[in-house]
Design a protein around this ligand. Sequence first.
Ligand code: FE2
Length: 394
Amino acid sequence: MVLRKQKFSVPTQIHFGPGVLENLKDLISHTEKVFLVSDAGVEKAGITEKVAALLEERGVQHCLYTNITPNPTAAQVKEAHRELKAFGASTVISLGGGSPLDVGKVLAALATNEGKLEEYQWEGRPFENPPLLSIAIPTTAGTGSEVTGMSVIIDRNVKRAVLGPAIYPRVALVDPELMVTLPADLTASTGLDALSHAVEAYVGKNSSPITDALALEAIGLLGRYLWRAVADGQDLKARDRVALASTLAGLAMDQAGLGIVHSLAGPLGGFFDVPHGLSNAILLPYGMRFNAMAAPEKYARIARALGVDTRDLERWHGAIAAVEAVVCLVKEMSLTWDLKEYGVTGDRVEEMGRAAAEMRLMLNNPRQATAKQCEQIFMSVLERRDPSFEDITD
Ligand SMILES: [Fe+2]
């Protein structure tokens, strides 16, 4: 066993549990001016109204901004930044799935720092000043963005993270009651995104015993409760456990990094606008199969966390059992998808393979993947081959 130094540091204060949304009243002074970042879906579900009512009760001025789409772009961030400045916001509340949260977090940092988004996103300029008061309220259990120091924004057809301490929200309010109206298909795809965070953090090169504990707990919770939340959205215990798993997986991912699944998801979102959760839900078993040979013990541990008895299995079969367990879980979600609907076709896989292999996240993957191998995985996905049998060797 190799002993090495570890560091785990997250500046975000986490409030978790049914009803914690109410805590917002104690977190914001009546003198604040709140820029509330959300999207049309969350507004339609009546959740922005709930938050606005709490702010009004406290006498807080606010401006609602909902012009955010899945896979948010740099142009959207710039437009929102102009609105935020015109309003003179002192606080940003991000409310929604990963897209509003990622936009809100970067807005809070841009608001207090000179310079353009691209300097921070592409040129590695650090944020020098602390951000505005930034509060993240997830309405899906998937991205874990409420506890991470990264905002993923599309620019130049690439999904690229803006990173740094200034991106972390100061407070995360994770209230499972806000998730009960999320439709079954979104519950499934976002939950499988959370599972991909936990799995990738667990097997990634930067994993540590601390992140392993968080990731394994998240995997176990998702194995036990995700199907329940999909089957019955009103099952508050299932929503609560899945929300907890998502936040734990977010913490693990933030500290340990991601890998091939998110690298492959990059071009699906960047080129074709496939929603992030769906991309990862589709790719997770394929990415796991590719990596199994690089971390067989950890894969067998994942299988056990998902309820598979691996005691009588040989090392390799224990690892493949994890892939099979995830394939079963995905099937159980009855997730229907057709990447051709997004314009993904066989003649683009070469370009997609190249883009995936170049993603920064790939450096953390336990098995290095070439552009050709990524291309082969995309072909397997398009042809809907069974990931349990897909041996990508060359
Ligand atoms: Fe993700």
